[in-house]
Design a protein around this ligand. Structure first.
Ligand SMILES: Nc1nc2c(ncn2[C@@H]2O[C@H](COP(=O)(O)OP(=O)(O)OP(=O)(O)O)[C@@H](O)[C@H]2O)c(=O)[nH]1
Ligand SMILES: [Mg+2]
Length: 330
């Protein structure tokens, strides 16, 4: 976890900039595995961020998100833009490259140097998928991808957290999901900047579109009017209009006074701290650097509360046990 490793990572990143995508894949695996080097790496990456457009695509399983993403990539590539895609699957035990379905559905772009597609999930006992996703998006941004698309599977709290990092969020629904009450319940109405009713070839698509529009008018606020677009992911019908809507929302966003980012930075600092402390505490327990206390507990010489209070009252010992890595900070 010393400085050398971080340097290694940085040179790996530089290799990627000159076309080595395996290097990027390796780094993303570190992020996914919550490796201790990650904060050091991200510190180097952070100042280079802020150029990419970040689009979120969410909606219920099977709505056609990947199929649409594939078509959207195609259009953006026609405009000469470099596109990064992160498919986030909190439930998947698989990782390390691609979920099969996404690989199949976006395979037309796999040989394209201007497209990078990666699936993401977190293994083990730690959560932190929203943070890992944000880090991967930043890596892609820093490496010069013009657009980053984040697809999340499902509509739970993790997905909503992940979607907070998108500048423009697209919610994909299908006629058979028909029930607009579900949309409200899942919190999708609040996060959508653009609604898509996909599978427009099926019955009920137009009706769902109308229902959504009524709902949106009822809660219409602000200057951006959320559009509801009909698409057919399979043949790309309606996708040019999706691109137009994404661009229009980006323009509307840019026209507004930029939101005060200071609170978000403080919140992120707090999240990183909490997350890193918990990771380090687990590593310390695994690595037995807190072993003396554990031994005393094992021998019945103290109780868990006394042990915890003692550990907390000795910050220097605690910091040592949690493994300060000053080396890496240089
Ligand atoms: N009839 C019809 N089928 C579609 C359309 N768009 C996508 N599909 C099909 O719907 C199925 C699911 O598509 P995906 O793109 O994998 O959906 P997804 O939302 O990414 O699915 P998950 O990532 O598993 O949540 C596939 O069999 C697609 O071929 C459409 O417009 N009409
Ligand atoms: Mg998908």
């Amino acid at each position: 976890m010393g400085g050398a490793t971080v340097k290694d990572l940085q040179s790996t990143l530089e290799r990627f900039s000159s076309g080595d995508r395996r290097a990027l894949a390796r780094i993303i695996t570190l992020v996914e595995n919550r490796a201790p080097e990650v904060p050091h790496l991200m510190r180097a990456v952070y100042p280079k961020c802020g150029h990419a457009r970040i689009f979120g695509i969410t909606g219920p399983p099977g709505a056609g998100k990947s199929t649409l993403t594939d078509k959207i990539i195609g259009r953006l590539r026609e405009q000469g833009r470099r596109v990064g895609v992160v498919a986030v699957d909190p439930s998947s035990p698989f990782s390390g490259g691609a979920i099969l379905g996404d690989r199949v559905r976006m395979q037309g772009h796999f040989l394209d140097e201007g497209v990078f597609i990666r699936s993401l999930s977190t293994r083990g006992r730690h959560g932190g998928l929203a943070r890992a996703t944000r880090e991967v998006v930043r890596l892609l941004d820093a490496l010069g991808f013009d657009d980053v698309l984040v697809e999340t599977v499902g509509v739970g709290q993790t997905e909503l957290d992940v979607m907070r990092l998108a500048q423009t969020t697209v919610v994909v629904l299908v006629p058979e999901a028909g029930d607009t009450i579900q949309v409200m319940k899942a919190g999708l109405l609040e996060i959508a900047d653009v609604f898509i009713v996909n599978k427009a070839d099926r019955d009920g698509a137009r009706r769902l579109k109308n229902e959504l529009e009524v709902m949106l008018q009822l809660r219409s606020e602000g200057s951006w009017q959320v559009p509801v677009l009909l698409t057919q992911g399979t043949d790309g019908t309606g996708v040019p209009e999706v691109i137009d809507a994404l661009e229009a929302h980006q323009r509307a966003r840019a026209a507004q006074a930029p939101p005060d980012a200071s609170e978000a930075r403080i919140q992120e600092w707090y999240e990183i701290l909490r997350d890193e402390l918990s990771l380090r505490l687990d590593r310390a327990v695994d690595g037995k650097t807190l072993g003396a206390t554990a031994d005393r507990l094992r021998r019945g010489e103290t109780d868990p509360y006394s042990a915890a209070l003692e550990t907390l009252s000795d910050p220097v010992a605690l910091a040592a046990a949690l493994g300060g890595d000053e080396e890496g900070s240089r």
